[in-house]
Design a protein around this ligand. Sequence first.
Ligand code: BG6
Length: 488
Amino acid sequence: MWGGATAANQFEGAYNADGRGLANVDVCPHGSDRWDVVAGKKKMYNFEEGYYYPAQEGIDFYNNYKEDIKLFAEMGFKVFRMSIGWTRIFPKGDELEPNEAGLKFYENVFDECLKYGIEPLVTIVHFDVPMHLVETIGGWRSREMVGHYVRFAETLFKRFKDKVKYWLTFNEINMLMHLPFIGAGICFEEGENKEQVKFNAAHHELVASAMATKIAHEINPDFMIGCMLAAAKTYANTCHPKDVWQSMEKDSEDFFFIDVQSRGAYPRFALKELERKGISIPWADGDKDLLKENTVDFISFSYYSSRLTSADPEVNQHTSGNAFATLKNPHLEASEWGWQIDPLGLRITMNMLYDRYQKPLFIVENGLGAVDTPDENGYVEDDYRIEYLQAHLKHMIDAVVLDGVELLGYTSWGCIDLVSAGTGEMKKRYGYIYVDRDNEGKGTLKRTPKKSFYWYKKVIETNGAVLDKISLPELGDVDVKVTEQQAV
Ligand code: BG6
């Protein structure tokens, strides 16, 4: 299945419409303080004077969903990944009855997709935590979150059992270790053991994910439930065994979550490591059986770049990436935001995950965040994006055709321009559709297909066969030269 991916908080807007409550994702501002807020270092529990909050309006998908889905259909999407704003359904998070207006909105969105034969792929939680639960119980540090999450998930499964088949329990579940506020609604208190707090939250999310998987399969045995990982192979800087060992350890950090969700138990390396660090797992009666008996049906992941590590402290030239620290790889180009570009790394990552889990994969995020410069008609010639995607898709197809990896689908990230999760910017664009809106929230919100829109339509139409051809006659020649991009 070909398609595109989004997240509620990055594009819906309408943050207080129809009874929606405040969530952690709403209070992450644009600007230099954003990073400290998303990382849980700076407490910002409400809107503050002097800040701009891009999630408040997003790109107003809430009021434009028909037009946007029509454009996705024009590209030939077979699948559309989106998430549910938790606080549209349960505004405070601890209510016993859902907000009908919120459910109705998503029902309308699903119906609109299904009208065009587009299958919704739904992320239950893409970073959202109701602010009421952050303030009263400290987000996922508390076991109480499990009950609130399960009630939320069950409400969705029951209401949409005939409209949605593919579900992801948590977006990038491993993100909570890196950005705990956006990943789990956690702000640290002075002097507390941060690692312990993070592993408590991880355990609670893993238990919640397994409970949701259990209930989902009871409600509709045809449901396909997936986990979701911010994935990337970590390379060793040299063939020195110490470097190789370190790269293995880094990969294991990511495997930890998926091992539990896919294999049904904490991996032994993690148990040993936690024991050495003096971190305890907050087991409750029945957790072990629950995890064991309710594993996921498929493994979904985001892939933006490979990572690089070295055991030698002298090798310390870092570059930015998807919240994961990585050394700069001299063999790779980088985006304008310093994210390195490694198309073969996608094939490597797919093989690594498939070998380990032997379950179908689903690539649910991949893409290039770049500055687009529209002409006077709003049209963007984004050859750099086409080139990035083309290279990744070629390796993805090789992984399927040559290596035999089972792949359910591919949804590129931010198929329509939306707010960046990392920076809160609009100018970091991933879309096939340009949205007229800037970093300060100015612009008409007009949607205009970019050159990549027509290119992707062709890719979908030919099920990827067109990738073998560099020249797309109806578009003119697609320039495949790699642009020199500055790492920042
Ligand atoms: C992933 C997230 O980590 O990366 C998305 O699931 C995010 O929400 C995407 O938008 C790209 O990151 P950024 O910072 O460029 O928006």
